[in-house]
Ligand binder design. Structure first.
Ligand code: GLU
Length: 437
């Protein structure tokens, strides 16, 4: 085909936008870009009651954040005149007619515009699913507009795809049942049939269809607030229902443009696995510069934790930016606080195979050897060498390492004592050990 490839993503701004829509938008974007084509974003806001500006603003902000920039943007509410022309022509040509509707309660009549169904079999080829055949007889003479200036979805979508020269329609499988109606309208207005690719549903981990009640189903913009990277969301959504084969799982948007293959979209549902999302997010975080990571981490922490040395410790433990605040809130960083001293149960200082007396001696030995290190040499490596020298002479290294770690952190679980000591610095380390003695 030598025609310019044109794709479109056509959300209706009638509710919060979910990640499922991101995948449809993404596939349209990828396919257009890899073919040097055009990607259109179209806000389908003809339903005046249900369409809200805030929902449209929401997906515009989302796509901006994700970097899925459309080449063209349209809003259906601004195109009423265009639809009207088509409706008039269809009526004139006998493809549509005004029908009087009985409104039962008041016995009044209102008018709608119906499509004159030719009642025939329609077969269309779907790139994902193969040939699909429908008998349109069951669809009767369906309504395409409430009036000349109030067109409905099936009409506007077909007129727009034609006017915008859309060549490929990539959308969710929930739209399969709409396709025969849309093909009938295409034939009536003399539009060429576009290629269709209906992409699989997104399923929960139990392989059941994700419902609105699932915890995974949150507005897509929430992922921004939770501190996910746009690159990770894109990577994750791309791989639900499609994969390029091979080992690679981490892809940038540019790599996806290159690798995406519409022929390899799966027929059956794709699984939404949030652990995989977290893993991918971490992989993309690792690609950021050290400075970026440092700034992001420090700016997420309160004053009492402002210490560059804790950056690598935090980075190791998070998979998204919001985890930092949560760690702080949960008290997991308290042992690094400049103001909070660890509070603990003193019995817990004693290692299981050890006694109070031995613990006291070991802590004193630790104090002595660490006092010999000067401030500049007070690094986790040197601290480790010094402490290990003593610990290795004991029956069990835990007899020294446990009380030191516990005295410094006051927590059952914490990073190793060498790192904590370096971060606390010499004075604070010795003071905590002294207190433990
Ligand atoms: N506006 C429709 C929707 O939000 C999508 C139309 C289409 O992709 O054909 O479901």
């Amino acid at each position: 085909m030598d025609k310019k490839i044109v794709t479109r993503f056509a959300p209706s701004p009638t509710g919060h936008f979910h990640l499922g829509g991101v995948r449809s938008a993404l596939y349209n974007y990828l396919f257009a870009k890899q073919n040097k084509g055009v990607y259109i974003l179209r806000s389908e806001d003809t339903d005046k009651e249900r369409s809200k500006k805030e929902y449209e603003d929401g997906f515009l902000e989302l796509f901006n954040w994700l970097g899925l920039k459309p080449d063209q943007f349209f809003r259906q509410s601004e195109r009423t005149e265009i639809y009207k022309k088509y409706l008039e022509k269809m009526i004139e040509d006998g493809f549509a007619y005004v029908s009087k509707e009985e409104i039962k309660e008041e016995g009044q009549r209102s008018e709608v515009i119906r499509f004159k169904n030719p009642n025939k079999k329609i077969t269309f080829r779907d790139i994902v699913l193969g040939d699909i055949t429908f008998d349109t007889t069951d669809l009767k003479d369906f309504i395409i507009a409430r009036s000349l200036t109030e067109p409905l979805y099936h009409l506007t979508v077909v007129v727009d795809d034609f006017e915008m020269a859309v060549t490929h329609i990539i959308r969710g499988q929930e739209h399969i049942a709409n396709t025969p109606r849309q093909i009938l309208i295409q034939e009536a207005i003399g539009a060429q049939r576009p290629f269709y690719a209906h992409i699989p549903l997104i399923l929960g981990k139990d392989r059941a269809k994700l419902s609105k009640r699932d915890p995974e189903v949150i507005p897509a913009l929430e992922y921004k607030n939770l501190g996910y990277l746009p690159e990770a969301i894109i990577n994750f959504m791309a791989l639900i229902g499609w994969n390029p084969g091979g080992e690679q799982e981490v892809f940038t948007l540019d790599e996806l443009v290159e690798k995406f293959d519409m022929q390899k979209i799966q027929k059956s549902g794709g699984i939404f696995n949030s652990e995989k999302l977290d893993w991918l997010n971490k992989e993309h975080m690792k690609k950021l510069s050290n400075d970026e990571v440092k700034n992001k981490i420090l700016s997420s922490l309160s004053e009492e934790f402002q210490n560059e040395k804790i950056v690598p410790i935090i980075f190791e433990r998070i998979s998204k930016w919001n985890d930092i605040k949560n760690m702080e809130r949960a008290g997991e960083l308290d042992f690094f606080s400049k103001i909070k001293k660890p509070q603990y149960d003193k019995e817990k200082l004693v290692y299981k195979s050890s006694s109070t007396k031995e613990t006291e001696n070991n802590l004193k030995l630790a104090i002595k050897t660490l006092s010999d290190l000067n401030e500049e040499n007070f690094t986790s490596d040197n601290i480790k060498i010094s402490l290990m020298k003593i610990a290795n002479d004991l029956k069990n290294r835990g007899e020294l390492l446990h009380p030191v770690r516990y005295a410094l952190s006051g927590k059952d679980k914490s990073p190793d004592p060498f790192i904590i000591a370096e971060i606390l610095g010499k004075n604070e380390t010795l003071s905590r050990l002294q207190k433990a003695v």
